[in-house]
Write a protein of this length. Structure first.
Length: 270
C-alpha cells in the first residue's frame, strides 16, 4: 500500500496544506486543502473518501474536487464517489456545505438515483473494505463527532489518530494491532496548552502522556511516530518542545519512541 501525504498542516500558509492522505490511487483519508495538489486525472481516480470529522480543514476540498471531476465521472459512467463518515459528520456536510446554498447537493445530482456523491455512515470498530483495502475505524475525542483510521498493509497497520485529545480507547485498540506507522496530531505548543485543552487537541506535554500508553511490547517494535496537524505559527516551538523530551528525565518514556516530522509530499510504501 502506498501512502501519499497531500497535506498535514493544522491551518494554511505558504507551503502549508491541510490534512489529506492518498492511499494508493483511489482512497482519500480526509479532504483538506492538500487535495488541490492532485491532477484532474488523480482526482478522477479517487472512488472513496474517508472523513475523520466535519471541520473545514479536513473537508474543504471535497466539494471542489467533486465539481472539478463531475463531467469526467459522468462521461465515463464512474460510480458515485463514496464518502464514508460518522452520521454526525454526514449530517453536518448536508446541513452546512451540500445544501444548495454554500454548494450544490451532489448527492442528488444529476439525480437521486444516480448521484455524483453517496454518503455511507460508519461506526467506531467497523472495518471498511474500500478499494481492496481494509480500514478500521478508530475512536477519537474531539469537539465534534470524530474518528481515526487504521489501514492494513502487508507490513502492518498505517494508523492515523485524526484530531483528538486524550484518548485511552484509541491506545487500547492500537496496542492490539501490528503497527507499521503511527501518525498523531499535536496541534499546539505547550505555551497554548489551555487552548489545546479547550479545542480538544494535543500539545507536547499531553502527547508525552499519550505515548506512555503504548504497550511495552508495541514500544519495543519502535515503529515510527509522525507528528501532524501543527499550527503553522506554532510548528517551530512544537518541534522544539518535542525534541526536548530527550533532555527531560520525566519524559524518558516518550523520548524512547522514534518520533519524526510529517511533511506534505512524503510518500510511504507499506
Amino acid at each position: 500500500m502506498k501512502v501519499r501525504v497531500l497535506g498535514c498542516s493544522g491551518a494554511i500558509a505558504q507551503g502549508c496544506r491541510t490534512t489529506s492522505f492518498l492511499l494508493d490511487d483511489d482512497v482519500l483519508i480526509d479532504a483538506g486543502t492538500g487535495v488541490g495538489d492532485l491532477s484532474l486525472d488523480e482526482m478522477a481516480a479517487v472512488n472513496h473518501v474517508l472523513l475523520t470529522h466535519s471541520h473545514l480543514d479536513h473537508v474543504a476540498s471535497l466539494p471542489l474536487m467533486i465539481d472539478a471531476v463531475a463531467a469526467r465521472r459522468l462521461a465515463t459512467g464512474a460510480p458515485p464517489l463514496q464518502v464514508h463518515a460518522l452520521p454526525g459528520t454526514i449530517a453536518a456536510l448536508k446541513a452546512h456545505i451540500f445544501n444548495n446554498l454554500i454548494w450544490p447537493d451532489f448527492s442528488s445530482i444529476p439525480s437521486a438515483a444516480s448521484p455524483l456523491m453517496r454518503c455511507t455512515p460508519i461506526a467506531v470498530g467497523e472495518v471498511l473494505q474500500v478499494g481492496g483495502k481494509a480500514v478500521e475505524v478508530l475512536p477519537a475525542v474531539h469537539t465534534v463527532p470524530a474518528v481515526g483510521f487504521a489501514a492494513n498493509s502487508p507490513s502492518g497497520h498505517w494508523v492515523f489518530s485524526g484530531d483528538t485529545s486524550r484518548n485511552p480507547a484509541f491506545w487500547q485498540r492500537v496496542n492490539q494491532l501490528p503497527v507499521a506507522m503511527l501518525i498523531i496530531e499535536t496541534a499546539f505548543s505547550d505555551r497554548e496548552e489551555a487552548l489545546a485543552q479547550r479545542s480538544l487537541h494535543l500539545a507536547p506535554s499531553v502527547l508525552a502522556d499519550e505515548l506512555d500508553q503504548i504497550a511495552p511490547a508495541a514500544a519495543g517494535a519502535t515503529y515510527p511516530i509522525y507528528i501532524t496537524h501543527t499550527k503553522p505559527a506554532e510548528t517551530g516551538l512544537i518541534m522544539e518542545e518535542i525534541r526536548g523530551f530527550d533532555d527531560m528525565p520525566s519524559r524518558a518514556d516518550a523520548a524512547r519512541h522514534d518520533i519524526r516530522w510529517l511533511s506534505a509530499g512524503m510518500t510511504f510504501e507499506l
